[in-house]
Design a protein around this ligand. Structure first.
Ligand SMILES: [Ca+2]
Ligand SMILES: [Ca+2]
Ligand SMILES: [Ca+2]
Ligand SMILES: [Ca+2]
Length: 492
């Protein structure tokens, strides 16, 4: 009996050894073949299914180009990883793979994620016959992916999905046959708790941008940070999605019997130009916490959050938010009795007008993301210098610059510090003496610096009056010479 135990033990050790020594990266390419070994860059597989089926797979690098997903071949991701041993599906560096699911059979999803601890990054999924990606698993990270023109919600979390993070993803032009179900991001029905969205965008989906409607789950929590939702309830063509399409930016919950609680926290989110409401309670009984959101020109109201009383113990809190319309008013806003509504743009002593914003032009909000997947830089709804909405917010736990948080989704970021380097010989006002011909401006402003580092044996002659503002730095490198004939002004 002892010997048998020892044999089992040895067998387990051997299995562990085999798994550890053969953890492999596999490659998938539209020009590959499933007859290839798959783990060499020059001999990739053709299908995700083949790579996902390898027992020693820990990472799949997907080459650029179009990968066709056809028939009943939903890409099924079901392996269970661990926190330190996550599985990865990633775009091959510098390339962008597109999964064209238009050849799937009716009602088939593009990707189905039932697994745990997967990191899926850098892929596009289009034209699935249901969701682009459907997640029921836990602890997965979906990053820098796009979902478009699918025949139900672009990305949906349901079936008990818990603690998934959706980061820097876009979901747009999704439309189901009746237009009443396809949301950009659906975190709904029997979804689990602890899911989050950060830096995501949803636009022109036939139903809602985000939807938290519940059926089969109760008392669950979801968080959204820095997400943008716009022109939902309109189609790719620009036409309205019709009476069945809800057209809300962020629908925070609701349920068939109006009795379920979806606790939602939305921070630094932006809703604009949606066909109906920017932020919509629907009949959610849960707690809703809204800090530093911006809602602009949503046709049926910016914050419509008074449709039903919350369950005992639940709280609605709205702080540091902006509501604004193209007409220069706050538009419609309503909140349940007892809600904590403080320090918002429509509340005295604050007053929002066009002059508070650098731009009300929405162009750019759908611009391409940066190389790391983060949102593009825009001026839309950013506060102008001198606005009374700057530094007017309450401290709510979000990062801020200046003395206090701004009102709305965008904190003013101090101008990046600039460095000017004198590396020539002779006069200050000769741009040939400055690195990259970049002469410093007439006043060296706070946060910027000048480095005086003339060539060996040379010198820098400050031959013009020059002002260095408080907080700016003028550095003369050791052993180097700056000659000041009385025209350097250092302000206090
Ligand atoms: Ca609907
Ligand atoms: Ca919906
Ligand atoms: Ca103002
Ligand atoms: Ca501030």
């Amino acid at each position: 009996m002892k010997q048998k135990t020892a044999c089992y033990f040895l067998a387990i050790l051997l299995i562990l050894a085999v798994q550890i020594s053969f953890a492999r990266t596999y490659y998938v390419s539209p020009t590959g073949s499933d007859l290839n070994p798959g783990y060499e860059i020059n001999a990739p597989f053709k299908t995700m299914k083949k790579a996902l089926g390898k027992t020693d797979m820990t990472e799949i690098l997907v080459r650029g180009g179009i990968h066709y997903i056809t028939g009943d071949s939903t890409v099924s991701i079901n392996k269970i990883g661990t926190a330190p041993g996550a599985y990865t599906i990633r775009n091959y560096p510098g390339e962008r793979p597109l999964f064209d699911c238009s050849g799937l059979n009716a009602t088939k999803k593009g990707f189905s994620v039932t697994g745990r601890y997967w990191h899926i990054i850098g892929i596009d999924i289009m034209k699935a016959k249901d969701n682009g990606m459907y997640i029921t698993g836990d602890d997965n990270i979906i990053e820098f992916c796009t979902f478009f023109e699918n025949e139900d919600s672009g990305l949906q979390l349901s079936g008990g999905a818990t603690n998934n993070q959706i980061i820097n993803c876009d979901s747009y032009y999704n439309k189901d046959a009746t237009s009443e179900n396809a949301d950009g991001f659906a975190c709904k029905l029997d979804v689990g708790t602890g899911n989050s969205f950060k830096g995501c965008r949803a636009w022109q989906n036939s139903d809602d941008g985000w939807d938290g409607y519940l059926r089969g789950s109760d008392n669950i929590s979801t968080t959204l940070d820095s997400c943008w939702s716009f022109r939902n309830g309109y189609l790719k063509t620009g036409a309205t999605s019709g009476a069945n399409g809800d057209g809300n930016g962020f629908k925070m919950g609701g349920s068939d019997a109006t009795d379920l609680s979806h606790h939602m926290t939305l921070t630094r989110c932006v809703a604009f130009n949606n066909r109906k409401r920017g932020f919509d309670q629907n009949n959610n009984r849960g707690s809703m916490t809204l800090y530093n959101n911006t809602s602009f020109a949503n046709a049926s109201g910016n914050y419509i959050m008074n449709s039903i009383a919350l369950d005992a113990g639940n709280v609605m809190t709205v702080k540091n938010c902006i509501a604004f319309t193209a007409a220069g008013t706050a538009g419609s806003n309503s909140f349940v009795t007892g809600a904590v509504i403080q320090s918002n743009s429509w509340q005295s002593p604050l007053a929002a007008s066009n002059a508070d914003f650098i731009s009300l032009d929405t162009v750019g909000a759908r611009a391409p993301r940066k190389a790391d997947g983060s949102l593009p830089d825009i001026n839309f709804m950013h506060l102008a210098e001198g606005s009374d909405l700057v530094d007017a917010g309450q401290i709510v736990g979000l990062s801020f610059s200046g003395t206090a948080p701004e009102i709305g989704a965008f904190e003013i970021v101090p101008t990046a510090s600039l460095t000017f380097t004198f590396n020539g010989n002779g006069n200050w006002n000769d741009d040939a003496n400055w690195l990259n011909a970049a002469m410093p401006p007439a006043v060296l402003n706070t946060g910027n610096q000048i480095i005086i580092n003339p060539i060996e044996g040379g010198q820098c002659l400050l031959n013009i009056p020059y002002t260095v503002a408080p907080g700016a730095v003028l550095t003369v490198m050791p052993g180097k010479t700056l000659i000041v004939p009385g025209s350097l002004i250092i302000t206090q």
